[in-house]
Write a protein that binds this ligand. Structure first.
Ligand SMILES: O=C(O)c1ccccc1N[C@@H]1O[C@H](COP(=O)(O)O)[C@@H](O)[C@H]1O
Length: 228
């Protein structure tokens, strides 16, 4: 059986040079943030100009409805919509289940069973889930309780997000078994500006884990599913 490879998404891209560094060092997905209040906000037309090579393109949305999300997906040439607001299953279906990465907030739940129950309600209308720290928004740079997530069985592949960096990744890799990681402010020298040294080191840690440290290398990770 072929060992599974963790997905790596680097979010908050605003510059061509950063997209190229992410792809060069092995990112699978790059993210653009379309939340106007974010310091990482990028206009859809500017995102469209950024060439991401073989990496798939994700847009992050907080307050937009399905029609706005679909419009920006077209204009910015996106593969996936990361829905980080109060987007309900009907909205996810309107965007297109095969294109939705729905964000969930473990800190809204008393335990992992409550989180899994909420995720189950979206199982048929998302292709992937993303777990982030805090109770709203994103890009806070705060980590989740990794140990608390160690028992999660998700209905679809899922990404761990929230404050991940070369400093916090080793513990996340040791304690949690997602299908991939979403990296953002932990790889920056300033909001929206990636530090290539941090990008390289973070992806190196994940790829080293892929190759050497996963005792379950022949077994499915996380949900056991895959995207793409
Ligand atoms: O980064 C932002 O500014 C942002 C704004 C609004 C919604 C989501 C945002 N970013 C997402 O937040 C998570 C975690 O980021 P961090 O590692 O804690 O900085 C990540 O999924 C980003 O896509």
């Amino acid at each position: 059986m072929t060992p599974r490879r963790l997905l790596v998404k680097v979010c908050g891209i605003t510059r061509q040079v950063d997209a190229e560094a992410c792809v060069r060092h092995g990112a699978d997905l790059v993210g653009f943030i379309f939340h106007p209040a974010s310091p990482r906000f990028i206009e859809p037309g500017n995102a469209a100009q950024i060439d991401t090579g073989r990496a798939l393109r994700v847009g992050v949305f907080v307050e937009q409805d399905a029609a706005e999300v679909r419009d920006i997906m077209d204009r910015a040439r996106l593969d996936y919509a990361q829905l980080a607001g109060e987007h309900d299953p009907q909205c996810c279906r309107a965007v297109g289940p095969g294109r939705v990465i729905r964000v969930f907030r473990p800190q809204r739940h008393a335990d992992v069973a409550g989180l899994a129950a909420e995720m189950a309600q979206y199982a048929q209308c998302m292709t992937m889930a993303l777990l982030d720290a805090g109770t709203a928004g994103g890009g806070h740079g705060r980590t989740l309780d990794f140990a608390a997530l160690s028992t999660l069985r998700a209905p679809v592949p899922w990404l761990l997000a929230g404050g991940l960096s070369p400093r916090t990744l080793p513990e996340a890799l040791r304690l949690v078994a997602p299908d991939g990681f979403d990296l953002n402010s932990g790889l920056e020298s300033a909001p929206g500006i990636k530090d290539e040294t941090l990008v390289r080191e973070a992806i190196r840690l994940i790829r080293t884990f892929d190759e050497t440290n996963d005792p379950r290398a022949d077994a499915p990770r996380g949900s056991g599913g895959c995207i793409g």
